[in-house]
Ligand binder design. Structure first.
Ligand code: PLP
Length: 635
């Protein structure tokens, strides 16, 4: 586990068990040892058709642990509860979950259910997100906040006001000054008193990758002058009482509590000023930003790590708000946060399979003999060859590499001119490999091919260079003998993972079972901490759709679990439909064509029915590599 730093980023949910497999502690540090779940067993049950009770789902697979989600929510709440008691803070913490981080129905429903007892609410940033938040919160605690962020049109505002009519604790947070006129007009028209918040553009700037939306030039929120105009306009409309919440968000992955308390302190001053100006301020909403230590380094310098614990985060927020409020003599507001990453990242694990790996080809030189090869070289190339041999005998390694390189270039030129055959071109590659291997300069990094689309499942790796912990989920009691990069199924050179946590450009990996170079590997890797953003952002590059999903609960027996939901990923037909194709029509056309072919050719092998059913199956299967070699068309 030290090789992959599992103890660093995995605490308190992931560890390596005595079988060398990744083990899940669904209740975090409160998990008793007999409650731990072996991830490999879950994957086998979900995917292996031969496994007793196996579900036969295709990989890649997302394994969700709702118990982990519950533990994250409760840990966040209790961190704030403790900080509030310890600091003698005079109000409570009431968080919301920003649904954009993962809009999956079961994730959102679980959060509303698990957080109901402590009034945990939701944040929406668009109309469909608001619709889903409204319908989920209808089943939740009436006091839970429904925060409406994002750019708004009249329809969004009307919907948010209807939500208040439905007795949901809805707050319309002004993102732009122009939204205020619409809020005033529509609320009068439909006769409902709005609760209004405003998003302030803070001067505090988060300088990391995720902070580009913060600071005076940030994309979102109201400037100081705009805040003053909003207050004035509300006062003139007799609605200053409606202004009750101040929101800000300095960016995701806030690296340190120093930056955090700087931002919260600035916002608390604005809050106090709004109180002074007569607004009915009740809630300070500190946005997201509670970060995760993806590489276990606890560094404040990196975009993928943070230098604080949950408890330190909560204490820093509570102390910063209290300090300003006490200084200004105003009552302590309810503290709301919009943590997404910190709530949903841990509960979902992406499991995928390495199906082949590039082999270290034993360098080969012509079956026709070395002399045959040398005879066909140009004079210059032959001279390089002689120099190379002489340098090798003298043991001058650097010179060897130089001549090998030169020889290769000349041979490629000769091949392009047509004076060297393909066999000799292969020979020169073999010879150069032999030399680099003999002098120990061969690149030991192999390419492991994985049944995955990076664009669909780890879009932030491709888009913003974000790193996630990636680890084999089994064989961790066996020292890996190889190093590799991961290359995905897409026909795109960006579809590879060649940077890993810990500044590594390759990952320690095991030999695949079998000969290590072909066939299906049965070698499973997990990408951890990707429950936030990754599923919501992924597209359909190369028409690979999302993974299959299982929801796993810890159950009564020792180390036992129950799969409570199993959803196959989108089929080829489904992803084709996303791009406006009509799979049913496509199938009918192809079937018709197959019938014509069979009628014209007395095809002894494949009858019309099996051809049609093979085609139909291809539309129904997921686009990823099918398990085993039993493709429907070859069976
Ligand atoms: N709130 C707002 C307004 C955001 O823009 C974001 C994301 O960037 C979040 C909350 C969630 O942030 P995080 O995932 O860092 O908790």
């Amino acid at each position: 586990s030290t090789l992959y730093r599992v103890d660093g980023w995995g605490q308190p949910y992931f560890s390596v068990n005595s079988s060398g497999n990744i083990s899940i502690k669904p209740h975090g540090s409160e998990t008793l040892s007999y409650q731990e779940i072996d991830l490999l067993k879950v994957v086998k049950k979900a995917s292996d058709p031969k496994h007793s009770g196996g579900l036969g789902l295709q990989l890649p697979l997302i394994v969700r642990f709702p118990d982990v989600l519950k533990n994250r929510l409760e840990s966040l709440q209790s961190a704030f509860d403790s900080a509030i008691v310890e600091n003698g803070y005079g109000a409570h913490y009431q968080g919301v979950y920003p649904v954009k981080c993962n809009q999956d129905r079961y994730v959102v429903e679980d959060i509303v259910k698990f957080g109901g007892s402590f009034r945990f609410g939701l944040e929406a940033g668009s109309k469909p997100e608001l619709l889903l938040a409204m319908s989920c919160l209808c089943k939740g605690n009436a006091e839970s906040l429904l925060i409406c962020n994002g750019f708004k049109d009249a329809e969004y505002i009307a919907l948010a006001l209807i939500a208040r009519k439905l007795m949901l604790n809805t707050v319309i947070v002004l993102e732009q000054e122009e939204e205020l006129d619409m809020v005033i007009a529509i609320s009068r028209k439909i006769d409902v008193l709005p609760v209004i918040g405003l998003r302030a553009k803070l001067r505090t700037k988060h300088s990391g990758h995720f902070g580009s939306t913060s600071g005076e030039k940030g994309k979102f929120g109201l400037t100081t002058a705009q805040i003053l105009r909003v207050v004035k306009k509300l006062d003139q409309a007799g609605m200053l009482d409606c202004l009750q919440l101040l929101h800000f968000h300095i960016g995701s992955q806030i690296p340190s509590t120093v930056l955090l308390s700087d931002g919260v302190g600035e916002a608390a001053q604005i809050f106090a000023e709004l109180v002074r100006l007569g607004a009915n301020m009740k809630v300070i909403d500190i946005g997201g930003g509670l970060g995760l230590d993806y590489d276990g380094s606890k560094s404040t310098e990196s975009d993928i790590s943070v230098g604080y614990t949950l408890q330190e985060y909560a204490a820093s927020v509570v102390q910063s708000v209290k300090f300003v409020c006490d200084m200004k003599g105003i009552s302590h507001p309810i503290i709301c946060s919009e943590s997404g990453r910190a709530i949903v990242s841990h509960h979902s694990i992406l499991v995928f399979e390495a199906f082949s790996a590039s082999s270290y080809d034993s360098p080969e030189v012509s079956s026709l003999g070395l002399q045959y090869f040398v005879d066909r070289l140009s004079d210059d190339a032959r001279a390089d060859y002689r120099n190379l041999s002489a340098a090798a005998i003298r043991g001058e390694y650097e010179t060897c590499l130089l001549y090998a390189d030169q020889l290769k270039q000349r041979c490629v030129e000769q091949f392009k001119e047509g004076s060297l055959g393909i066999e000799q071109l292969a020979d020169v590659d073999g010879l150069c490999d032999l030399v680099t291997k003999a002098i120990g300069a061969a690149d030991p990094v192999r390419t492991y091919h994985v049944n995955l689309s990076v664009f669909t499942s780890i879009p932030d790796f491709w888009g913003i260079n974000q790193l996630f912990p990636i680890v084999p989920i089994h064989r961790l009691d066996e020292r890996p003998t190889s190093r590799g990069i991961l290359s995905d199924l897409t026909c795109d050179s960006d579809g590879k993972i060649d940077r890993f946590i810990g500044g590594q450009s390759s990952l320690p990996l095991h030999e695949l079972n079998g000969d290590g170079s072909g066939g299906r590997g049965g070698y499973y890797l997990g990408m951890f901490l990707g429950g936030a953003y990754e599923e919501a952002l992924g597209g359909v590059h190369n028409l690979f759709g999302g993974p299959s999903v299982v929801r796993v609960l810890q159950s009564d027996g020792p180390h036992s679990f129950a799969v409570t939901l199993a959803i196959p990923g989108p089929s080829s037909g489904d992803v084709l439909r996303v791009m406006q194709h009509e799979p049913e029509l496509m199938f009918e056309n192809l079937k018709h064509r197959a019938e014509e072919y069979i009628n014209q050719n007395d095809d002894g092998g494949m009858g019309h029915a099996s051809l049609a059913s093979g085609l139909a199956q291809c539309f129904k299967n997921m686009p990823y590599l099918a398990p085993g070699l039993s493709c429907c068309l070859t069976a």
